[in-house]
Design a protein around this ligand. Sequence first.
Ligand SMILES: C[S@@+](CC[C@H](N)C(=O)[O-])C[C@H]1O[C@@H](n2cnc3c(N)ncnc32)[C@H](O)[C@@H]1O
Ligand SMILES: *[C@@H]1O[C@H](CO)[C@@H](O)[C@H](O)[C@H]1NC(C)=O
Length: 403
Amino acid sequence: MQCQLVYSMTPVPSSTASQPNTLGIIAPLQVTKMAASMVEKLMEKKAVTYTAAVVGVCATTYLIYKKIGGDTGFRTSITKLGNTGSLAREDFAAGIDAYNEFFQQSDGKGVGERKFNTPKFVDTFYSLITDFYEYGWGQSFHFAPRDKGESFDESIWRHEERIADQIKAGAGMHILDAGCGVGGPMRTIAKHSGANVTGITINEYQVGRCTEENKKAGLDTLCNIVQGSFLEMPFPANSFDGCYCIEAACHAPVLAELYKEIFKVLKPGAHFASYEWLTTPLYDSNNAEHVRIVDDIAEGNALPDVRSIPAALAAAKEAGFEVVFHGDYALGADIPWEQAMKTARRAAFLTDVLTKWMERFGLAPRGTWATHQMLLRAAEALERSGDLGIFTPMYLVTLRKPM
Ligand SMILES: C[S@@+](CC[C@H](N)C(=O)[O-])C[C@H]1O[C@@H](n2cnc3c(N)ncnc32)[C@H](O)[C@@H]1O
Ligand SMILES: *[C@@H]1O[C@H](CO)[C@@H](O)[C@H](O)[C@H]1NC(C)=O
């Protein structure tokens, strides 16, 4: 079945009040005076004034942040900002430097032949940004179209349940989540379908976070996670009743190679569905702004390049799949996917100030601010791409391994 919707440009839019003195020795007034002079003395000490100012600024920032961050602002504790994923604290700065150097893209053609080193840098990327994502977005690292009257979380869950339904996930089935992040989708899908879900991620830190959250949700019997590359699946052939991939196939250096690996581990007749990051027919490779936006999306999200819809369908066929359905869920949404990114980025402006200062005071490792800057550039490019309609992070392809 073909997507029925048509692409079009949418201009998206203290009181020092005295305690009763039980002994009656010191009059209330004296207590007040003593307290006031103590505070004065304390304030003479620079360190105290300084600390009071920092605490004040942080508290105010926090309140503003909560207010303007809306649905997506500040979802975990601020202390998470000082975490370093699976990188040693002192390796964090080198991590972001190496990352930025590797993903330098400037002609819309991706990283070229260097693409085969991508998995290593994708791993670095997720060590750098997993906490930021959890902090500013939640446990599901993907976008979703949103209906009027629906909350951000509800839209995320609906998007996850849709992909589970596409592969007909149900109780007793064994499903693979290729590129599972910290497992937000896996938990939704196990609850929704009753299926046993195994996730794979290249990033060790995500394995720890996911395991923790699976236990917390009481889903550790149905949900499992392994560390490894989906380009070399550590599973026997013909072992899964279905597979889904949410905004993760975009990290594969060669899409057909990933699809072939998934094809291999699926049982004959089983379905595979993926939300792909692709350019749309509105993308014009001769338009300098389009090219810059797509390069920025790739650089800020650890992508070797950004592929087109026909390229993704060709990869599916090359791997041996039958195409059951394909279409773009970015089209026709009440609230477009990039809207949440805009809200998150407003809040991220303050995170930017925070990370800069936390880094200066040694509360966050060196490189934290640079990492956040990289994410801000990515966010801006994603928003713009959505407004122009030249890119989609939710082109759904549903495929089937022939009997
Ligand atoms: C944008 S996140 C999406 C995560 C998850 N699907 C979700 O929606 O929350 C992309 C995920 O793909 C994983 N990934 C990228 N390249 C991989 C590879 N070669 N092998 C396994 N996982 C990979 C990353 O570790 C990350 O967890
Ligand atoms: C789910 O699958 C894993 C991996 O095969 C297995 O260890 C676990 O026991 C299964 N859980 C259930 C509830 O079937």
